[in-house]
Ligand binder design. Sequence first.
Ligand code: GLC
Length: 751
Amino acid sequence: MSGKRVSHRVDGNKIEITFERGTAVLSVLREDIFNVFVPCETKEHRSKAIEGDKGVPVEFTVTEEAEALVIKTPALWAKVYDGFFVDFYKKDGTLLCADSRTGRIFGSQLSEKFISFLEAEGHDVPDASGFHYPVEIVKTMDGDEKFYGLGDKSGFLNKRAYEYENWNSDIPQAHTESYRALYKSVPFLITLKTAGVYGIFFDNTYKSYINLGKENTAYYYYGADGGNLDYYFISGGHMPEVVEGYTWLTGRTPLPQLWTLGYHQSRWGYESAEDVREVAEHYRKLRIPCDTIHFDIDYMDGYRVFTWNEKDFGAPGAIIREIADSGFKSVCIVDPGVKLDPGYAVYDEGMEQDYFAKTPEGETYVNAVWPGDAVYPDFGNPEVRSWWAKKQSYLTGLGVRGTWNDMNEPASFRGELPADVVFTDEDKKSSHAAMHNVYGHLMAKATYEGLKQADGKRPFVITRACYAGSQKYSTVWTGDNQSLWSHLQMAVPQLCNLGLSGFAFAGTDVGGFGADCTPELLCRWVQVGAFSPLFRNHSSKGSTRQEPWQFDETTIAVNRKFIELRYRLLPYFYDLFHECEKTGLPIMRPLVLHYEDDPETFNLNGEFLVGEKLLVAPVLEQGAVKKLIYLPEGTWYDFETGRPYEGKQYYMVDAPIDVCPMFVKEGGMIPIWELCQYVGEKPYDTLKMLVFPGNGTYLHYRDNGADFAYRDGAYHLYEFSGVPGQKEISVKLLHEGYTPYREIVFETRGF
Ligand code: GLC
């Protein structure tokens, strides 16, 4: 590809640019979003992340200027040069992003001393001639450029100076920042620098590599093992607009059912109905609110999906119905691996219909997962997805309220699936190499559709593996973390980056999955969990049990305090999800999202915002009872006491084991509901608005919390407005389609 530019042709919103060797297409999707496409593998995009044709009518011009072809909208310019170098500019002419003219610089740069060291240690010496990926793009990197996003990658908030891979991986070892790939592939970056902010989404499902200045501080690169060069450039005035643009493109987290925002308890494994009953009873007896119990693989008969282990769990669904009487909702795990077992209906049906992945020789491909020998449904085939979708009714028929999709990287205990295992890509044959990273995505999509058909409610799906855009179908958790302080620390940047990457509904296993939790670690983790969009305590077989009562009275009290706080704050979380469906803005946000001009926020890993005005600064270190917090510009009020703090400075605040420092920004209002032990215990018919000083407006949303009637207008939307220096708040009903509150009360703090 490339050489000199020869000609160009405008066709609708597409500009086809012919070079001496090859053709590229630049499309104008929106004023602020361009796509660059080179058909290396297929003529069309075949995106898994983006549904439908996104192009909207846009005014743009295409002109020849100096040495470049210039495409301009009122918001963004692209200049395309000979050699297929593409540079993007803001509307005021500031250069935002340029293709590197030097390309990558390889081993010839290594010193002789280092080469001898590598040889002596038996390491490969990088080839001076360099290695290029079949698809590769190299962009110049500014000295102050920061990188955010990339889904669930380990490490810190700002990804600069690290390298990552997109290859969905089941990693049972402790995740550290040296891991390049975890369970999800979301090749979307937001970069922030003095010149501005932009997003770049590399839509390619093959294994890909992102090196953010680790190879060389002069550039960052993206490479992929195959597929097309297909990337979207999203220019935003500010970071929230980039997130809005990216989620407009790949979809937004839909409004969930209200109960899913409550507290969830899980463990691998509750091995019997008796185990589950005991957990449910403990929660109600100890008056610790809880909505959901998760059933891990032991509820199945020999780990066969869509079956029930009657020996240990009694008649199918009986325990689900029993705990439902005291308000518990049940979520069951479903893995993709179908046990190779002639006579087992799911296996037999799949074999008859030819629904499993194949070897290149045409045999059904077999590997091993929990049930032993297992075969892999070919979710890229629409018929397989609708078969799998229908299977969900087996679970909903038992009273199950949500599906937990696991092991869908796909995991395989006998080594990775070979690259040439045959999968389907909609209407054509494809390979594991091309479909691996979207296996979980397509499984979640099928599950979402199935649950929707089965009960008409807003589907609750949790998936471990996914691709960009899976947020339309599923919430996610960050997989097998461990009960380590470093993993609690990582939870904050990981959830913030997932949020910036479209995954607003995400959580970590509270308390840690592997290894043994301590009382102190659980107390601190529940303080992060209470503010995580998905709030689930989960742990592994063989580890210390992790329900709050497994520890001392303090741990029970701290868990109760923060879980209760979460239940009181449910209307706040629900309002944020309502906003997210409209704007794509996440629930849990790094401070840099709203304070991109404040350098103190660029690498802030230990605190976060919930919405725009609530700042949470949890203690993340063993033994610490004080926390160094940074408050950005403005006046902030301690959530509990109302004490004011002037921003743009650091404070050392007390944070004993039962305190998680929280601050509300001037003009902030926080809606509160009466405490319930679970969603549905009592009607939420009274609203309390906590009002902090300042001039602010707050939108509060209310509907039935369950189905899609809100899309036909069955909701109430209130607007609360404050007046500077006064405590009075005016209330306006912006939309009337549900039932009003019996009472709205106001409580002021900090006046
Ligand atoms: C995987 C999941 C974990 C689950 C276990 C057993 O390790 O990540 O959450 O408990 O499998 O199903």
